[in-house]
Ligand binder design. Sequence first.
Ligand code: PLP
Length: 394
Amino acid sequence: MNAETYWQTEIEKCHHLGLTRNVPMLKFLDATHSVTEIGHELFVVCSNDYLGLRFHPEVIEAAKKCMNDGGFGSSGARLTTGAHPLADQLERDLANFKHSEAALIFNTGYMANIGLISAIGRSGDVIFSDEKNHASIIDGCRLSHAKTVIYPHRDIDRLRELLNEHRSAQSCFIITEGVFSMDGTIAPFPQLLQLAEIFDAHIIIDDAHSLGVLGESGHGTLEYFNIPPSPRIIQVGTCSKALGSLGGFVCGTKSLVQYLRQRSRPFLCSTMLPASALAASSKALRILQTQPERVRRLKQLSEIAKNVFSEYGIAFPPEATAILPMPIGDETMAMKVFENLYQQGIYLAAIRYPSVPLGHARLRLSICSEYPEDEWRDALSCIANTIKEIVGHF
Ligand SMILES: Cc1ncc(COP(=O)(O)O)c(C=O)c1O
């Protein structure tokens, strides 16, 4: 079969299985509403802009000012055409925010994971990765020279056994998400850290969905569990979610960051983010630090959702905050619910394979601190009724 025929066969297969992906054309009007090409307005309940900072006037103004002063693109990788001073400033701010020695910015969270894991995983090392880790972690492991061992989701006992079996490894790394992006579950970080200490491993925590969400002031997983920073802990994050901007980062020791500056290919070989994105991230980080009420509001809206859904017999992991997954199972059924809600003015994306395993399709409801409470309550009832009507059960 030649390549062209193979591509067509795969497209048909996706169609047949109800897995075709189409990119919707949506223009956001504010943090929580968008409009389609034909003017159909939608209340968006699945964005990662958890604190509504994407549309914050100060964030927009900071980016605009930067563009007016220095243009849009950045002309090259940092090591070739140099970096805007805001890059160093943002790295210092992120390191402070994450209570770590140093930070390094990448263009996206995806690149941060790839850039970190591929650079630190040497031949003879072993990476222990939670089975539900994000694609960027999986790809980082694939690109590294280390052996990857997958452990069952949040299964500490099994991880201990696996660590034991690999005692002779040169270096070990345990990798987990803080809040798992598709399930809303939280990593058992204290127990993972304990294992890391026992087995002298490093622990990498991807806080993509924890920043701005977990902990009283949104610092992420360490704050949530009240765990002090340690050279053993490497924190990954992204500015693309709760900070409403763009760009990933790694926080760790000075030597880790220096090493990544020398060896991490996405850092070395890709054009730097535009300074406007750095300015937007810096401003958003400052707003998060000065307005912790946004984080509290997120939690209140999450509690409202749990209460409304409990009336319909829908339960969520007790610790779930900004991500509330609603399992549907069948891909076609999930799309039916999506389409029905869309007609009713609610945009709630159906998550299907390959983002989740086949037969585990779901609606991934996420919360933004800016949801108007009445609209949120109405949307929740509408979602629950629609699922009940189409799927017949929860
Ligand atoms: C856990 C996790 N890590 C990393 C990323 C990638 O971040 P970005 O969108 O900034 O590339 C995502 C994105 O969805 C994610 O869910």
